[in-house]
Design a binder for this molecule. Structure first.
Ligand code: ATP
Length: 513
């Protein structure tokens, strides 16, 4: 646990030290769970967006992208169910004065039971060696069965109480399980209350005439309310999709995990509209497609897992998360949901407009069904950044910190480094810079020793360093150093563009999907 915490602290401090992520308004001591992206962070974030956007809109002939406003007509949120039901159950500890999500306290308790079950399995594996039949052990061992049965019982009871808004029972469950404040051990809890996560704001100049609005808590509704506009103007037939990247706002009760849970964050969502009855087939298709998108990044299949939801939201008929192994364990990175016709039907009802599609093949009109894929851009950033940040011990015993990002996503593609600041080397290097800058985001650095400059580029994930020395002036070659292997080779200046492009182009990633 301590190692995990240390690793995570290292991620946060590296992100700040190298211009990726700063606490928001830091000179005023920051704003809780709000962050700013610095010069390298903004580049990395833009590259992740491009990877997603191209994969959705460019690679799929039947998906188009839009950019809807953050502010929407307030009835949108009545129709979507957010005004009445976008709540989290909160509970305060009276001694520590800390606030928690009651459901998360209970889920964490269950996660501990699961850890115990996994420990039993690991112990048995060790004991029986090769002959170990895990499936049989899991289905017969009384301890494992007991831990799993208990989890199921607890989660079912919690789900039922939350569905019935029986918050007294949620508190009773916390007390029966003797759940304590994880930091102080205190079990002195307040009652559980519902808390709506939407941020309110006002539209209009005078107090009397102002309209109450919300900052959107998800980008999806901007797509639903534009379904007819996009379908009519794009002339797409079903199935077709609408993609969007944009900010969302949630007044999260507990936000203590850096950019994993923020109050202002960005989502990349795609709603795929399909004929009723075909949604589960498209749901499976999108689960597979999204999984491939992740795997193409090369972070390792063992770091992902699907978590199929047993308890479904009232509007969904299937849902799964793609979980990633963050520094604090496997957690949701992306959700894939079969949302039925819930949203479009609700907007039809609340707006009084017909939101239907005429299907020429079925010769009938209907409200389309929707399969959505929804990923947090900031969580994706954290997944990449935390996974790729490594301390390496080199052959000569020295060490380096390297951010081994997929080259297409690296903030800076190449650094041009004149060996010394004289003898015409900076001018020669500048000519290379001026030629390559039209194709790639590159930087020019002449300060410090070449070794220090290499280390700085490793730390921000730059795939190539190009060193200009005295020979360069004579034979028009430079030393090209590759980030991961640290191999150096002499290459003609005229080949640089092609070599860099081959390594960093989006084609490398997109062609693997
Ligand atoms: P969680 O259970 O972690 O609160 P959620 O199920 O509420 O997430 P969704 O409403 O399905 O999340 O949102 C889709 C995606 O948006 C999530 O998979 C996640 O990547 C991202 N996301 C949601 N809330 C936040 C947040 N507060 N900060 C950053 N990203 C978020």
């Amino acid at each position: 646990m301590a190692k995990q915490e240390d690793d995570f602290k290292k991620v946060i401090s590296h992100a700040k030290e190298y211009g990726f992520i700063f606490p928001s308004s830091e000179i005023y001591d920051g704003l809780s769970a709000v962050y700013d992206y610095g010069q390298n962070g903004a580049e990395l974030k833009n590259n992740i967006k491009q990877y997603w956007w191209k994969a959705m809109t460019q690679l799929n002939e039947n998906i188009v992208g839009i950019d809807a406003a953050i502010l929407m007509h307030p009835t949108t949120w009545k129709a979507s169910g957010h005004v009445d039901a976008f709540n989290d159950p909160l509970i305060d500890n009276k001694d520590s004065k800390k606030r928690f999500r009651a459901d998360v306290l209970i889920e964490d308790y269950c996660a501990k039971l699961e850890d115990k079950a996994l420990k039993e399995i690991a112990k048995a594996k060790k004991r029986f060696g090769e002959a170990f039949d895990e499936a049989q052990f899991v289905s017969t061992n009384p301890k494992v069965l007991g831990y799993r049965e208990k989890q199921k019982e607890i989660l079912q009871r919690m789900a039922k109480s939350l569905d019935n808004n029986d918050l007294a029972d949620v508190k009773a469950l916390i007390e029966e399980l003797e759940i304590a404040d994880p930091d102080t051990g205190s079990k002195n809890w307040t009652d559980v209350r519902q808390f709506n996560l939407m941020f309110g704001t006002k539209l209009g100049a005078s107090a009397e005439n102002a309209t109450d609005l919300y900052l959107r808590p998800e980008t999806a509704q901007g797509i639903f309310v534009n379904f007819l506009n996009v379908q009519k103007t794009s002339r797409h037939k079903l199935p077709f999709g609408i993609a969007q990247i944009g900010k969302a706002f949630r007044n999260e009760i507990v936000a203590r995990q850096f950019i994993f849970r923020m109050r202002e964050f960005e989502q990349m969502e795609m709603q795929f509209f399909v004929p009723p009855g075909t949604e589960l087939q498209f749901y499976e298709m999108w689960k597979e497609k999204r999984y491939k998108w992740h795997l193409a990044l090369g972070l390792g299949e063992e770091n992902y897992k699907f978590h199929d939801h047993e308890k479904l939201a009232h509007y969904a008929n299937a849902a799964a998360d793609i979980e990633f192994k963050f520094p604090f364990g496997f957690k949701e990175l992306e959700g894939i949901h079969s949302r039925t016709d819930f949203d479009l039907s609700a907007h039809e009802k609340f707006s009084g407009r017909k939101i239907q599609y005429f299907d020429p093949e079925r010769n009938e009109s209907y409200v389309p069904y929707v399969v959505e894929t929804s990923i947090g851009l900031d969580r994706m950033f954290l997944a990449l950044f935390s996974h790729c940040l490594k301390d390496e011990v080199l052959e000569d015993g020295s060490s380096r910190t390297v951010l081994s990002l997929p080259p297409a996503l690296a903030p800076v593609k190449a650094a041009i480094l004149p060996l010394v600041k004289k003898d015409g080397l900076p001018e020669f290097a500048e000519r290379i810079f001026n030629d390559l800058k039209y194709d790639f985001n590159i930087i020019f650095e002449e300060k410090d020793s070449i070794g220090k400059r290499y280390r700085r580029q490793d730390a921000i994930g730059t795939p190539f360093c190009i060193t200009v020395d005295h020979d360069s002036l004579k034979d028009f070659t430079v030393t090209l150093r590759e980030r991961d292997t640290m191999k150096q080779e002499r290459v003609p200046v005229e080949n640089l563009r092609q070599i860099i492009d081959k390594k960093v182009s989006f084609r490398n990633l997109l062609s693997k999907i």
